[in-house]
Design a protein. Structure first.
Length: 342
């Protein structure tokens, strides 16, 4: 009797172990199925989300970037910016690509469709930039009306600075990009936020708009000197475009032909060789001087002050009529850009 009872208990214990094992396998299997069924939905713009801009500048060839937008054959992904471009509270994707049969960079717009839970390619736009390492893409509420604009900058084939702002317009189901402003200069172009309004805005009041500053040079026919020109563009509600707001000219000083030939004979190499070495800021104080070391051979520029030192890779150089424009990228932080005009 005892022997039969022991056998029965052994059989019951074995069955219990089998039940536990198959139950655990079933739970794990369900977990895997649930994991495979998950969907990724773009983030909506909430109180803590960044509604301003996601900047990628300049493009790094080593950057590991991906997009949820389906690319076409022959397209190489260069940059991705995720932001709401059509004011539907869903994040869209604006990507920059290079096509195998075209030297210019293209901007491709992918709008998120919440019904399909996917990004739909609605249009592509050919930019004026072919120099990949000078290209910069951003999305910003440039006008201050709550409508994000696509902004791209870079250098043209003529080595001029280029700036263009585009806004999405939908009409009867068709999407197109409307040009807000298009600028080209032999100097620098950058944005400046206006400070006339207080930062504590009431509900519904538009954000403070931006001004666009353009630096250029102009030849004085009387003595051959180069005048520095600063032109400011601001948004005009009446026209619906950025218009010229002010122009300020600073008379330049003519350089002797001999000195000009020594530092600028028409090539970046000669000017860069002239800069090569250690330089001191002329307005630096004696207690904490600021130094710049130009290393043309290793394509580096080192900024130092006291115990602080920053190393930037020398990315691009463009000759101006009155000097050279240098674009650099921080060696540790790829999206930290610095420009220097000499």
């Amino acid at each position: 009797m005892k022997q039969k009872l022991s056998i029965a208990l052994f059989i019951i214990a074995g069955l219990a172990l089998l039940v536990v094992y198959f139950t655990n396998e079933y739970i794990q299997s369900n977990k895997k199925e649930i994991s495979r069924a998950q969907l990724i939905i773009p983030q909506t713009r909430g109180e803590n989300s960044n509604q301003e801009t996601a900047r990628i500048s300049p493009i790094s060839e080593e950057a590991n970037i991906t997009t949820l937008l389906q690319l076409e054959a022959g397209e190489t992904l260069l940059a991705v910016v995720s932001n709401d471009i059509d004011a539907d509270t869903y994040e869209d994707q604006i990507v920059a690509v290079k096509k195998f049969n075209n030297p210019f960079i293209y901007i491709v717009l992918g709008l998120y469709n919440p019904l399909k839970m996917a990004y739909e390619r609605v249009l592509e736009y050919q930019t004026e930039i072919s120099q990949t390492r000078t290209f910069s893409l951003s999305v910003l509420d440039l006008v201050g009306n709550g409508q994000n604009a696509i902004i791209y900058t870079g250098f043209t084939d003529k080595n001029n600075s280029f700036f263009q702002a585009l806004a999405l317009q939908k009409d009867k189901g068709l999407s197109q990009l409307i040009e807000l402003i298009r600028l080209e200069s032999d100097g620098s172009i950058f944005l400046q936020q206006n400070t006339e309004k207080t930062s504590e805005l009431s509900y519904g009041e538009p954000k403070t708009p931006f001004s666009i500053l353009v630096h250029s040079t102009e030849t004085n026919e009387e003595d051959g000197s180069f005048d520095q020109v600063e032109t400011i563009y601001q948004w005009d509600e009446a026209t619906g475009f950025f218009e010229e707001f002010s122009v300020e000219k600073t008379p330049g000083t003519r350089l002797e032909a001999k000195e000009l030939a020594k530092i600028q004979d028409g090539t970046v190499e000669s000017f860069s060789s002239y800069l090569n070495g250690l330089w001191l800021y002329s307005d630096s104080n004696t207690t904490n001087p600021h130094f710049i070391f130009f290393d043309w051979k290793n394509k580096e520029i080192i900024f130092s002050s006291g115990e602080i030192q920053e190393i930037f890779s020398w990315e691009n150089s463009t000759l101006r009529r009155n000097g050279i424009y240098i674009s650099t990228v921080n060696s540790l932080i790829a999206n930290l850009e610095r420009t220097k005009e000499n």
